[in-house]
Design a protein. Sequence first.
Length: 248
Amino acid sequence: MPFLPIQSFTRKRLSDVVSDQIKQLISDGALMPGDRLPAERDLATQLGVSRPSLREALIRLEADGYIETSGRGGFTVVDVTAPIISKPLAELLLQNPRTSADILELRQGLESISTVYAAERATPADLQKITEAFEALKAGSQSQDRVNLAELDAAFHLAIADSTHNIALAHVMHGIHTLIREGMRQYHRLIDYDDAMEKQLMSQHQAIYDAVIARDAQKARKAAERHLTYVREMYKDDAARPSPSVIS
């Protein structure tokens, strides 16, 4: 964990310096949501501060919503980019064809940028997380029930967003995560888990993954744009179909 010893000549309160360093690590992506902080004794040693000063910083960070106590004791990093759109609201938005088109248009812009920055900036640890998310998605697409496919799909795209090291972009992607996930759930239902179409989607995800891992930013952008263009066309085709007649 990249904690740096606190300089003794600092004019700020030690607890403030400790708090600022941990917040900076969260902002930089060195500390990710769910990461567990070292035990208090070990962390105080790494930072070179007293345990009372460290404890004061941890209490403030917890009060401000950056960390939380874990079930096993100690602290873990909170997801500061929590969803800002509830599942019911997401479902309501996606029922409107016009709104669904707007959401996909937004996703195309955000995810195209995300793949570029991820290809340019991802650390080896980021690439490992992207690989794990991709392998989980690949396994899910090959399973019989595919019940978690939308969640795995969204998790893959979020792993890429987290690897951009752009806290604003990651915040937006996490903030609309519910909307993205429900949209994915809708389009997987839309094609009724058709094997040929699912293979096409998986091929597109493979192209995105390969380009990011190869650190080819332009190829990554094109792969993301092709993927979202394909999904948008799926929605257009579905909206163009006549609705079944209703018998009263």
